[in-house]
Design a protein around this ligand. Structure first.
Ligand SMILES: Cc1ncc(COP(=O)(O)O)c(C=O)c1O
Length: 437
């Protein structure tokens, strides 16, 4: 090979900041992790290092993209092997790696159904595609989503997303209707299930022609504040939606790929089988990959017209996806997520007993949220306190996220390879940060 000189990168903090502000889109300013964000230089499993060599436990896993661990050796080896051979091949040609990944992914879905996978590049694209499939298959138009949900920020997905700070002041994509999310802590109907389910019927009978294209929900609302759907809700919702001719879409972008512990998917705990599942983030362990897995007959509805997106099924990204599925099994990560999640819940329970600022903690497996309040009885959100806890944690080498419509929920969603020493460290640092408030 010709002796090309390596391209230099300037790791200086101020220079990076200046270049970013000068040459990258201003919208990037609107979503940063800390007052003074960290430059990340290196990652290994559950840890990242900044440009000065400071180590952090990454409990937001780059917004849950890092499922099995930063630079997981198995995933990276598969990527390297593919990269050395062929970096891209569009779906106009045949390539076995995406076909293998589709087979392996379909193998993780509930048995007894004819599933097919369609690969794209991001969660928002997957949500758009799911809407297209649902509408074409059913011949109906309206889609029901939950308030407070997050399904991405492209045109249609932004209209699905039920969080004001994420929605631009433009006419939304038509045919998207929201019902109250069954938030058991703050929801309008309190800690109940049936009234929330009945809202779906009321909406169908009042705001649609009586028939809908579908319903979409995250099993645990992630960015919305780690809000799990209560038992029985999805079952009731699916019945109502199917009775109105719609299909049921589950967004597993955050909850999928073993994070729930034992189960591969968030919907499994709800005793339902969706018609369409969207996946992204953890599917690629950081490589841009997303998928829509649907029942064949639903996906078939799209086969009447051409559909092509240039990078969908990219073999390098799909090699990463195969590596992720293999790593989850070889490293026993589902069981790890279950055990570490249970240990962390124990520690958070003890912390809640000691710290009045913790109003609630919730979630499943390694997708946990801690909601901070100024007053437990009034449940007054404490966003400034949540920001301070996150800053103190950062100083101690722990990265936690923040979310919720009030910005008062600490999000603890590490790569699912964390160990018990990491869990004790999380509890210790959060305890200290809460005490210092
Ligand atoms: C549950 C959920 N769905 C969809 C998306 C959109 O994914 P992307 O950012 O890849 O478009 C996200 C992103 O945070 C998400 O959390």
């Amino acid at each position: 090979m010709k002796d090309y000189a390596p391209i230099e990168t300037d790791w200086n903090y101020e220079a990076t900041l200046e270049r970013r502000h000068k040459f990258m889109s201003p919208s990037l300013r609107t979503f940063v992790a800390f007052q003074k964000p960290i430059i990340l230089k290196r990652g290994e499993m559950q840890y990242v290092w900044d440009e000065k060599g400071r180590k952090y436990l990454d409990c937001l896993a780059q917004n849950l993209c890092i499922s099995v661990g930063h630079c997981h050796p198995l995933v990276n080896r598969e990527v390297r092997r593919q990269m050395e051979e062929l970096v891209h091949c569009t779906t106009m040609y045949y390539q076995p790696v995406p076909a293998h990944l589709a087979e392996e992914l379909v193998g993780k879905m509930p048995a007894g159904h004819d599933w097919v996978a369609h690969f794209v590049n991001s969660g928002a694209e997957a949500a758009d595609l799911a809407l297209l499939m649902a509408r074409l298959y059913t011949g109906n138009f309206d889609i029901i989503a939950l308030r407070n949900c997050f399904h991405g920020l492209h045109f249609a997905s932004m209209s699905l997303t039920g969080i004001a700070t994420c929605r631009h002041a433009l006419p939304p994509s038509p045919g998207i209707l929201h019902v109250h999310n069954p938030d058991q802590y703050r929801g309008v109907h309190g800690a109940t299930v049936q009234p929330y389910v009945e809202e779906i019927d009321i909406l169908i009978n009042s705001s649609t022609p009586g028939a809908v294209a579908g319903f979409i929900a995250e099993p645990i609302q992630g960015y919305g504040g780690v809000i799990p759907l209560p038992a029985g809700y999805l079952k009731g919702a699916f019945e109502r939606v199917r009775a109105a001719g719609g299909v049921c879409i589950v967004d597993e972008v955050q909850t999928g790929f073993g994070r729930m512990g034992t189960d591969m998917w968030g919907f499994e705990a709800h005793e339902v089988v969706p018609d369409i599942v969207i996946m992204a983030k953890g599917i690629g362990n950081g490589y841009p990959l997303a998928a829509v897995v649907a029942r064949r007959e639903v996906a078939e509805a799209m086969a009447k017209k051409k559909f092509f997106n240039t990078y969908g099924s990219n073999p390098v990204a799909c090699a990463a996806g195969r590596g992720v599925l293999r790593a989850i099994e070889v490293d026993g990560l589902r069981d790890n997520a279950r055990r570490m999640g249970a240990l962390l819940e124990e520690r958070l329970e003890a912390l809640k007993a000691r710290c009045d600022v913790i109003g609630d903690f919730r979630g499943r497996g390694l997708m946990l949220g801690v909601e901070l309040v100024k007053d437990r009885a009034a449940k007054t959100p404490a966003p400034e306190e949540a920001a301070r806890v996150a800053e103190v944690a950062k100083e101690r080498g722990l990265i936690v996220g923040r979310g919720g419509i009030f910005g008062n929920v600490l999000r603890i969603n590490p790569p699912i390879c964390v160990d018990s020493a990491n869990v004790e460290f999380i509890a210790e640092v959060l305890g200290e940060a809460c005490r210092r408030l």
